[in-house]
Write a protein that binds this ligand. Structure first.
Ligand SMILES: *Cc1c(COP(=O)(O)O)cnc(C)c1O
Length: 478
C-alpha cells in the first residue's frame, strides 16, 4: 500500500471529524504523536495495521446483527454475514480450530461466553433432559429454582493472581468470582514455574467443573497437554485463555504441547494484544460446544459490532501471512534479549527469564516498589506497568514487580540490539531511583527520588532509539 493512500485516508478522516468537533480531531492527532514518542513496553498493547484501523471507521457500525451468520433476528444482514463468516474462517484456518465465534467485544466478554457455554453444556442441558423439556421456559418453577441454584454452585480452578493469572479466572472482584466457587494454583516458590503435580493434586482435591489455564503475567510456556490430562482425570472442562499470547500461537512459536487449541475444550482470546488486531475477543472450540458458544449474544453479550468483526477479518488475514510467523518469533527473540540484558546488569527476573513475549522484573532488589519503579520509568519516557510478583509483600496496589513486553516495540521494528539498549535504560533509571519518605519520616511505598537530569537524559536516549523505527511510517498527518 502506498504511503500516499494511507496518509490521505487518515488526513481526510480528520478533516471530516474536525468540521464537527475539532477537539476530537486534535486528540486523535495528539494520540498518534504521543504513541510515536513513547517507548511502549506494555505487554498487552500493540499497534494494529492501518488497514485494520480503517476497517473500523464506517457504516458497518450502524447495523444490528443479533444472531449468527445466516440466522439473524434482523433483516438486511447479508454484508455483516460476509465479514463475520470471513473472520471466523480466517480464525479457524489460522488456529486449526473446528469452530470460531468472533462476536465477543473484549477478552472479558469472551471468557463470559465460554463460562456460560460450559455451564449450559454441563449443568443446564442435563437438567433439561432430566425434566424432559426442551428449553428453560418449559421448566416448572421448582425445577427452575433448583437449576439456578446449581448453576451458581459450580467450581473453577485457575492460576492465582500473584502467579500471573487473570481477574476473570474466578476472582472475587470480577463476576467470575461471584459465579464460581474458586480455588487457584500457584507456582513453585523456588523456581517460579507451574508445578503440574501440585495442579493435579489441587484438581483431585477440589474436583472443579472447569480447569482454566492462561495468564497475563507468567513469563513462561504452559504445557497444555499435561493440563488437559489433569482436567480429564477429574472430569473437568479444560479452558485456555490465550488473551496475551495468541500471537505466539498464531505465529507458530507455541506448537505441540504448548499450542492450546488441540488440547483445550475451549479457548478464549483477545484480538488486540500480541495478535495485533482490533480491540475485541474471540472463542474457539470443538463441535461439542459450538452451539452453546454461538448463543453468546444475547446470553451475555450486547449486539455484535460488525465494524470490529470486519477489522478482525482483516487482522486475521494479516496473521495468516508468512511474515506474521516471523513477527511472532521476533517478539520472543526480543523478550529474551531484553531479559538477558537485564540479568547481565543484575536485575532479578521472576523465573529467571522468559520463553514468551513478557518479562517480569522483581524490583525489590533495587529497593523499590512496583509503583515507584513504574513512575520513575514513566518520568524517563519508558511506559511499563507495575505488577504483583509471586508472594508479593507489597500487595496488589503497590506491588514489587514491573511487567514489560515486546509485541509493540517489535511491530515498530526494534530488534535484539535495541533491546539491550532498552535494558540499559531501564537499569539506569531503577538503579538511580531511591524510595521517598512520608511526611512523618516513615518510608513511602509511592514516593521516590530520581534526579530530573537522569530522567531527562534517559528520555532523550529513548527518543533517539525510537527515531530509527518510525511508528506508522506510511501515515503523515501534515
Ligand atoms: C487482557 C486479558 C483479558 C481481558 O481482555 P479485555 O479485552 O481487556 O476484556 C482476559 N484474560 C486475560 C488472560 C488477559 O490477559
Amino acid at each position: 500500500m502506498s504511503r500516499n493512500a494511507e496518509s490521505t485516508a487518515f488526513r481526510s478522516a480528520l478533516e471530516v471529524i474536525r468540521a464537527v468537533e475539532p477537539r476530537v480531531a486534535d486528540a486523535i492527532g495528539a494520540e498518534l504523536a504521543d504513541q510515536r514518542e513513547s517507548l511502549k513496553l506494555i505487554a498487552s498493547e500493540n499497534y494494529a495495521s492501518p488497514a485494520t484501523l480503517l476497517t473500523m471507521g464506517n457504516w458497518f457500525s450502524d447495523k444490528y446483527a443479533e444472531g449468527t451468520v445466516g440466522r439473524r433476528f434482523y433483516a438486511g444482514c447479508q454484508n455483516v454475514d460476509t465479514v463475520e463468516a470471513l473472520a471466523a474462517e480466517h480464525a479457524k484456518e489460522l488456529f486449526g480450530a473446528a469452530h470460531a465465534y468472533v462476536q465477543p467485544h473484549s477478552g472479558i466478554d469472551a471468557n463470559l461466553v465460554a463460562f456460560w457455554a460450559i455451564l449450559a453444556d454441563r449443568v443446564e442441558s442435563p437438567a433439561l433432559k432430566k425434566a424432559q423439556v426442551r428449553q428453560v421456559n418449559d421448566l416448572t418453577e421448582a425445577d427452575w429454582f433448583a437449576l439456578r441454584r446449581e448453576l451458581g454452585n459450580q467450581r473453577m480452578l485457575g492460576m492465582s493472581l500473584d502467579a500471573g493469572g487473570h481477574l476473570t479466572h474466578g476472582f472475587r472482584p470480577n463476576i467470575s468470582g461471584k459465579m464460581f466457587d474458586q480455588r487457584s494454583y500457584g507456582t513453585d516458590p523456588a523456581t517460579g514455574l507451574i508445578d503440574y503435580d501440585r495442579v493435579a493434586e489441587a484438581a483431585r482435591d477440589f474436583k472443579p467443573l472447569i480447569l482454566v489455564a492462561g495468564y497475563s503475567a507468567y513469563p513462561r510456556k504452559v504445557n497444555f497437554r499435561i493440563m488437559r490430562e489433569i482436567a480429564d482425570s477429574v472430569g473437568a472442562t479444560f479452558m485456555v485463555d490465550m488473551a496475551h499470547f495468541a500471537g505466539l500461537v498464531a505465529g507458530k512459536v507455541f506448537t505441540g504441547d504448548f499450542d492450546p487449541v488441540p488440547h483445550a475444550h475451549i479457548v478464549t482470546t483477545t484480538t488486540h494484544k500480541s495478535l495485533r488486531g482490533p480491540r475485541g475477543g474471540m472463542v474457539l472450540c470443538g463441535p461439542e460446544l459450538a452451539d452453546q458458544v454461538d448463543r453468546g449474544c444475547p446470553m451475555v453479550l450486547g449486539g455484535p459490532l460488525p465494524h470490529v468483526m470486519a477489522a478482525k477479518a482483516v487482522a486475521l488475514a494479516e496473521a495468516r501471512r508468512p511474515d506474521f510467523a516471523d513477527y511472532a518469533q521476533r517478539i520472543v527473540d526480543n523478550a529474551q534479549a531484553l531479559a538477558e540484558g537485564l540479568l547481565r546488569r543484575g536485575t532479578t527476573l521472576v523465573t529467571g527469564g522468559t520463553d514468551n513475549h513478557l518479562v517480569l522484573l522483581d524490583v525489590s532488589g533495587y529497593g523499590l516498589t512496583g509503583r515507584q519503579a513504574e513512575q520513575a520509568l514513566l518520568d524517563s519516557g519508558i511506559v511499563t506497568n507495575r505488577n504483583a510478583v509471586p508472594q508479593d509483600r507489597n500487595g496488589a496496589w503497590y506491588t514489587s514487580g514491573i511487567r514489560i513486553g515486546t509485541p509493540a516495540l517489535t511491530t515498530r521494528g526494534l530488534g535484539t540490539a535495541e533491546m539491550d539498549a532498552t535494558a540499559e535504560l531501564i537499569h539506569t533509571v531503577l538503579s538511580q531511583t531511591t524510595p521517598g519518605a512520608n511526611a512523618d519520616g516513615t518510608p513511602s511505598k509511592a514516593k521516590y527520588v530520581l534526579d530530573p537530569a537522569v530522567a531527562d537524559s534517559v528520555g532523550k536516549q529513548a527518543t533517539d532509539l525510537l527515531a530509527g523505527f518510525p511508528l506508522y511510517p506510511t501515515v503523515a498527518l501534515d
